[in-house]
Write a protein that binds this ligand. Sequence first.
Ligand code: COA
Length: 325
Amino acid sequence: MRGRVTGTGSAVPEKVLTNFDIKKLVDTSDEWIVTRSGIKERRIASEGEFTSTFATRAALNALQMAGVTPEELDMIIVATVTPDFQFPSTACLVQSNIKAQNAAAFDVSAACSGFIYALSTADKFIRSGAVRKALVIGAEVLSRIVDWSDRNSCILFGDGAGAVVVEADSGDKGILDSMLKSDGSYWDLLYLPAPGSRNPASQKVLDERLMYLRMQGNDVFKLAVRAMEEAANQVLTAGGYSCDDIDLLVPHQANKRIIDAIGKRLGLPDEKVYVNLDRFGNTSAASIPIALDEANRTGRLHSGNLLLLDSFGGGLTWAAMSMIW
Ligand code: COA
């Protein structure tokens, strides 16, 4: 028994923020952003829209494709670093919204690697026999933790959600292997200082702008390329595959230069690497499931394809997963 993805869905805000819009906020240019990151625009949540808003919409789309009703779900996992609340989990809010009263619901925090961490967790529950149908969501509203006066980071991020339904399957298709890795000694390369038990809400938090994410972009860049290559190779080797066998790589959409470097190191032609960050930016845990849903709905995935997911994020965390579509 293994987990097999039987439905995908995604949902992004309607509001588009282009590089030209960002140029009005900080000293930057469309040319700089496109050259350094590949991002042209991103989606930004409006007032009254939360992480659970997009998570719920993406979930309903995935359930519809899978032909699974909310009551049939045994488990809901949401990967996010921008939950609606510290608690309860965003997964519980989604559970309430879609009326999946029979599911256990919890969040996973592994930053941009969160979706692969969550999907791997669901797969393990399915393999153990404890769960038959799970809903796994990556959802973020990063625009609420981005410092819109910091040109080093605000150009990169966007909002949205992607979801998959995973079902127990005894056939040849489905999740083959996953590899999850972390190195907490790099925790301060990318983090959100407040609010939390270290920096609870206070005037100091506001004065020092601690409620906005901090990132050392250059260091993150170098570690990302190395880690994503390692994860991809390990997960392929575990299944007895080589890079030549990959039909589609869906990498975390952080930076086009990172994606190009991974593609090159794995020897993949451009058409085997899915890229949509030009339109959505880096949506953290949501980036892979949004890209997966797009690839699925636009006919880029065919039955029997070998698919590789590969990610990297704050923690530091990195992860890869192979599956037969
Ligand atoms: N517009 C114009 N200039 C900018 C700028 C912006 N938005 N942001 C930074 N700069 C400037 C810097 O101040 C620096 O100027 P200086 O040389 O005068 O000091 C110069 O551009 C180069 O900055 P640097 O940070 O070296 O650029 P870079 O090539 O590393 O690109 C990132 C910056 C953030 C795009 C890149 O490092 C990156 O994508 N890193 C990974 C981040 C990431 O993926 N995080 C999420 C992980 S999941």
